[in-house]
Design a binder for this molecule. Structure first.
Ligand code: NDP
Length: 473
């Protein structure tokens, strides 16, 4: 018997993906550099479906039906290149290597081009949902050729999460498109988590609620328009008590957030593409600030308000509105980045389809994504989600609360970089005039960088060091 698909790299993600495939009735070849992992998988879960264990790469490749579908689930970076180099020589034209790791999309573009030269398909695919998602149905974002998707897509759609019967998997676009979209997904995830963290901090310090009470607030929110996996797990974490000390779990965890890199890539890429993603950037920086222990220790005594307030009963409702509006901004920025990446690399990414496959399986899964899907279906070329009827109305409705929450945070000395940058972005976009005109004047003054005028075409320069007449440049 041959396997329909094979998975090499059987740590948490690969193992669960292989089990998911087997549970869906697909015979799956399994291989891992360290053979004990392969043995353990078959011993523990062999009864879940048909596994074809392989000890060597040659045996693994020989057990796959053609065209061969070979999924690589190893550590991103150099290990992925090493594994590709190990397997590619064993494959034949038309076969495909699927990289399900968290690769940088530029690496994926490089690998795709190199393997295409050798007649092989390379499918860089984003997979979100963590360990549980991989087993029960992740959100899958495959890039690569349309031909490879025809041979691989049905299998991936079969094991992906489903929302209203629709698979959370679609062909994203050529070469690095899938990993690019996964990267932005993670960037949005950072922003969403940061906004939730700020909401918690404000409820705790400005409204004086205890973690267990805040858990209840989040549970209420989760029954409304903020219904999402992240809000749901936030309530769980806040309600949890540390067994050793009896204190709220959130109070015994060291307050230094770590990161693996996809959020940082999202911001670096946005800078290269010239896309303002302040919400995502502030979220990455907030984690970074939290980790600078010595810096924080040195600055701990700086003067400022006491961080405690006595916000009234309506404050939780105000925070909910601020959170919803800020969340719209963060997602609008992320989708803008996908739009820009798609244009830059010629990927032709369908934004409504991306919102559709993020509705389930992934970490940012939420009711909210269905709204985004509807917005892009109504107008695929909308310059920003903020002008969609539903989102514009929600942001409009949130106005007073949003400003009040940001002002309260500033007044009490509670850092709220996510809320603040979201509101600043919103106000920047809607402004009639921005002080960028002054910036242009300064640039022309010190560097003769020229400026354009509101009333005439062309580039101009004022002779600042001379008689200050204006010349056409
Ligand atoms: P790890 O990232 O911890 O990688 C471990 C696996 O990589 C093992 O199978 C290991 O083999 C293999 N490996 C490492 N180096 C080599 C090498 N040089 N040659 C061959 N095999 C090698 O595993 P995860 O399951 O956590 O993640 C797999 C991929 O999925 C990663 O790219 C990760 O970023 C991505 N991912 C992870 C998610 C998660 O929630 N964990 C979510 C989404 C994506 P050995 O057993 O022999 O050491």
């Amino acid at each position: 018997q041959k396997a329909r698909i094979g998975v090499t790299g059987l740590a948490v993600m690969g193992r669960n993906l292989a089990r998911n495939l087997a549970r869906h009735g697909h015979a799956v070849a399994v291989h891992n550099r360290t053979q004990s992992r392969t043995k353990a998988l078959v011993e523990q879960f062999g009864d879940e479906g048909t596994f074809l264990p392989a000890d060597t790469p040659e045996q693994f490749v020989a057990s796959l039906e053609r065209p061969r579908r070979l999924v690589v689930m190893v550590k991103a970076g150099a290990p992925t290149d090493a594994v590709i180099e190990e397997f590619a020589p064993l494959l034949e034209p038309g076969d495909m290597i699927v990289d399900g790791g968290n690769a940088n999309f530029l690496d994926t573009r490089r690998r795709e081009a190199a393997l295409r030269e050798r007649g092989l398909h390379f499918v860089g695919t984003g997979i979100s949902g963590g360990e549980e998602g991989a087993l029960h149905g992740p959100s899958i974002m495959p890039g690569g050729s349309a031909e490879s998707y025809a041979a691989l897509g049905p299998l991936l759609e079969d094991i992906s999460a489903k929302v209203d019967g629709t698979p959370c998997c679609t062909h994203v676009g050529p070469d690095g498109a899938g990993h690019f979209v996964k990267m932005v997904h993670n960037g949005i995830e950072y922003a969403d988590m940061q906004l939730i963290a700020e909401s918690y901090d404000l409820l705790r310090h400005a409204a004086g609620l205890a973690p267990a009470e805040i858990a209840e607030v989040f549970r209420t929110w989760n029954a409304g328009r903020l219904d999402s996996y992240l809000i749901e797990i936030t309530a769980e974490v806040l309600a949890h008590t540390d067994a050793a000390t009896g204190r709220p779990f959130v109070d015994v965890v060291l307050d230094q957030a770590e990161q693996k890199g996809t959020g940082r890539w999202t911001v670096q890429t946005a800078l290269d593409l010239g896309v303002p993603v302040g919400g995502i950037a502030e979220a990455v920086f907030a984690r970074s600030v939290s980790g600078h222990a010595a810096l924080r220790e040195a600055a701990r005594g700086l003067p400022g308000p006491s961080r405690t307030g006595a916000a009234g009963a309506g404050f939780a409702d105000a925070v909910e509105r601020a959170l919803y509006a800020s969340k719209i901004v963060a997602y609008a920025q992320g989708f803008h980045e996908i739009q820009a990446g798609s244009a830059e690399y010629g990927w032709d990414i369908d934004l409504a389809a991306m919102a559709t496959i993020w509705r389930g399986g992934c970490i940012i899964r939420a009711e909210f994504l269905d709204r985004i899907r509807a917005a892009y279906e109504a107008d695929p070329h909308t310059p920003t989600l903020l002008t969609d009827d539903h989102f514009a109305a929600a942001a409009g409705d949130a106005q007073d609360a949003w400003r009040d929450v940001v002002a309260t945070a500033a007044r009490l000395g509670i850092p709220a970089p996510g809320f603040s940058t979201a509101l600043a972005y919103y106000d920047s976009l809607r402004a009639d005039r921005l002080p960028a005109a002054l910036t242009q004047g300064q640039r022309d003054f010190f560097g003769a960088h020229t400026y354009r005028r509101v009333d005439r075409e062309g580039s101009f320069h004022t002779l600042w060091g001379g008689d200050r007449t204006e010349v056409t440049s």
